[in-house]
Design a protein around this ligand. Structure first.
Ligand code: ADP
Ligand code: GLC
Length: 483
């Protein structure tokens, strides 16, 4: 097996900094790739949390003026990951969420902040760090979208490039003047075949147009984004580039998500003996101020609260939850309006609807261990990770029929395959309510429910084979480029 060196570029990496599933993927993939002969190092911005956790990192390069202020490139390791950190305090030394101010508005200089990340990625691609000259640069999402663009416009010999779309809804759109300001050749790049996007520029579009290969995080999402609706403006481009676009499902870190060893749950359990789930359910009910009852099906949700996730449909389905004696435990944060509406629902239905607004990793584990079913009613979902964790914890997923949810869950009505959960479509409140009723009936048929849980627990949700698909893609790209 020829070893392959890959520079990954990601704006968040678990367990260092995370706002969503991108961080989980960027944190788990490099480790899983080792078994496939891929040496991956990851470049990320030096946000305050990153600088704190990598305080012993080595400086390998410094610039007096990097995009308007001093900057350094550091190399260090953390949690089994080999990292390059771009430490540019005037761009990244800001507390809180990496993308938005404390008022929730995008940082006005996000374009420069993430162009700077891509610029150094391209330079590492050209050989800036003699001890690590990558064969390929793998960019994740719009924040890294300019890396393939810089490599393309720089000219000369360059590594191969791959971009992975984790979410088509975030496209990194900026004013056209930014292209010049961040050192892209205006004449060559401001073009429909380059950065230009509806009169401005888009970092995601640039990456999709100029990378050698495009992947997204499920085969179904790879098809959906080639439509005008799913492509959110980029469907035409993706149809044109369909021959280099593929979908590779995400996995989860099965050591972090292991009910047998999980330090965050009240009672550990193995796949063979699910009786301790009931004890976790009781603790979960306490934590969410729900009535203690083993007989009420407890629905769990762990989610960003955004339009994508379809949770407004769940609000509409609350009467069904109440009417059928179910309970809801929701952990999430995001849009103010959804937060308020869920909190109001909890106030109006004490003991039945429990809502915690916030981001809480520990509680997320308890929800997986203690809820009977895990709900993901997304309008679109590139892959989705919480339903994979649910499979591993014996919580039965109830999901909409979109993207990676379609690919990772087998519906109870599907013939010839071992069912692992419930899928509904179209993505409406009525269809969701109908499926909740069906799930409630199945819950009370103990043999059926056990069967669903057991098939879920037997499903491979690890990165092992999926990392192999990335490794195969890297090797085929290198072969196609004659390396
Ligand atoms: P997305 O990336 O679109 O938010 P995913 O399902 O791919 O959706 O990944 C979400 C990740 O973030 C999962 O690991 C999930 O457990 C975690 N997560 C989401 N919301 C919360 C929360 N409020 N508290 C703790 N973990 C959360
Ligand atoms: C995105 C998507 C989610 C996916 C995650 C990791 O945030 O919304 O579906 O699982 O990225 O790829």
């Amino acid at each position: 097996m020829t070893p392959v060196r890959v520079l990954a570029v990601a704006s968040e990496v678990y367990p260092i900094i995370k706002t969503g599933g991108l961080a989980d993927v960027a944190g788990a993939l490099p480790i899983a790739l080792k078994a496939h002969g891929v040496e991956m190092r990851t470049l990320m911005p030096g946000y305050p949390d990153v600088m704190r956790l990598l305080s012993g990192a080595d400086e390998i390069r410094s610039w007096p003026d990097y995009f308007g202020g001093p900057g350094r490139l550091l190399a260090g390791s953390r949690a089994g990951l080999d990292l390059f950190v771009l430490d540019v305090p005037h761009l990244y030394a800001r507390p809180g969420n990496p993308y938005v101010t404390s008022e929730g508005a995008d940082w006005p200089d996000n374009g420069v902040r993430f162009a700077a990340l891509s610029r150094v990625a391209a330079d590492i691609g050209h050989g800036l760090v003699a001890s690590f000259v990558p064969d390929l640069v793998h960019a994740h999402d719009w924040q890294a979208g300019l890396a393939p663009a810089y490599l393309h416009y720089d000219g000369g010999r360059r590594p191969g490039t791959v971009i992975t779309i984790h979410n088509m809804a975030y496209q990194g759109k900026f004013d056209r003047d930014l292209a010049n300001a961040v050192g892209l050749p205006w004449n060559a790049s401001f073009d429909v075949h380059g950065l230009e996007y509806f009169g401005g520029i888009s970092f995601l579009k640039a990456g999709l147009q100029l990378a050698d290969r495009i992947t997204t995080v499920s085969p179904t999402y790879a098809r959906e984004i080639q439509s005008d609706e799913g492509g959110m403006g980029l469907g035409g481009l993706l149809r044109e580039r369909a021959s280099v676009l593929s979908g590779i499902l995400n996995g989860i870190d099965i050591d972090v998500w292991n009910p047998q060893t999980d330090p965050h749950i009240a009672y550990r359990f193995g796949a063979q003996d699910l009786t301790f789930r009931a004890a976790n359910k009781a603790v979960l009910q306490q934590q969410f101020n729900l009535d203690s009852s083993d007989e009420s099906p407890l629905l769990g949700v762990i989610s960003r609260l955004s339009w994508q996730k379809g949770l407004d449909l769940l609000l509409e389905a609350i009467p069904t939850i109440l009417e059928h004696g179910m309970q809801l435990a929701l952990l999430g944060s995001g849009e103010r309006d959804l937060q308020d509406r869920f909190q109001a629902a909890a106030r109006a239905n004490p003991g039945r609807i429990g809502v915690l607004i916030g981001y809480d990793e520990i509680l997320a584990h308890l929800i997986q261990a203690g809820s009977d079913a895990l709900l993901v009613p997304s309008r679109f979902e590139p892959c989705g990770l919480t339903q994979l964790c649910a499979l591993r914890y014996g919580a039965v997923p109830i999901v909409s029929r979109v993207g990676g949810l379609e690919d990772t869950i087998v519906d109870i009505g599907e013939a010839g395959r071992d069912a692992t959960g419930f899928k509904f479509g179209p993505v409406t409140a009525d269809a969701l309510a109908g499926t909740l009723r069906k799930a409630k009936a199945a819950f009370h048929d103990k043999a059926t429910w056990r069967r669903l849980q057991r098939s879920g627990l037997a499903t491979d949700v690890s990165w092992r084979n999926r990392a192999g698909e990335y490794a195969a893609l890297y090797r085929s790209l290198m072969a196609a480029r004659g390396v």
